[in-house]
Ligand binder design. Sequence first.
Ligand code: AMP
Length: 304
Amino acid sequence: MDLLVVGSVGLDHVETPFGEIDNALGGAATFISLAASYFTKPVQLVGVVGDDFPQEHVDMLEDHMVELDNLEVIKGGKTFRWGGRYHYDLNVRDTLYTDLNVFENFNPKIPDKLKKNSFIILGNILPSLQQSVIDQLEGDNFVVTDTMNLWIETTYDDLIKVLKSTNALIINDSEARLLAKEANLIKAARIIREMGPEYLIIKKGEHGALLFHEDTVFSAPAYPLESIFDPTGAGDTFLGGFAGYLHSSGDMSFDNVKRAVIYGSAMASFCVEQFSTKGLEDLDKLQIHDRFLGFRELSRFDDE
Ligand code: AMP
């Protein structure tokens, strides 16, 4: 079973109270693939860039065994660009611009050899494009899906169709409330799981994440970091760590999915410590495992 990631690859301009960075490597599929690459190799990335996409980023991704055979390069085209500015409260972000460029005509094509029995991560793109990927798959697949407020509000029916084929959905708390049309998160989770996903993860920013499965809920803590420089891509990195770990272990039991949530949280905590993808470029397994153990200590207590 190959791990396949579909989504944006781009160049970001990010401003935070601590500084700014221009032309930085970004895009949901980039963060997802990089995070997943610490657990499973190779990661197959399906995306599109223009021929202005810097070779250094290609080299860095390939060094992590992110396979780019299916990263289409459009001759004379411009790569997707996004700019964001964070407030003093890093939970608040303004989008400065979104230049879709070659991403506007993105039409993901899954190569034949990856269509069967794949583990697939659908990054946050138009639900109709996510559906077009699902329609290309054959056999028994495991589908992990991300989405956002915009798609819930504007393309609800398409999204509902995608959820029918989704095994695990990862969204944040405001998206969960909007999708379920229910303010209480526990009730919202039940409603969303009835839409299709057997696993639902609701991220609560700096307050951790909740995992729902059948009648059970697991609460993952957030790591108390002193230095958060750039939250860009944290959600995608969570997704990559979560899915990369699950894919590598091949064990979809609830106990193992709990571990995957903690690995996702650990990877996201590395992501926010530096600008762009920098916090994800030079990790090793021991560092990741140490942070996993740190998470365990955060909420471990005795009954006496
Ligand atoms: P996140 O912080 O998880 O929202 O992810 C931020 C990343 O998503 C950035 O690196 C952007 O390049 C990318 N991004 C922002 N807006 C879009 C969009 N409309 N479609 C696809 N990717 C986007």
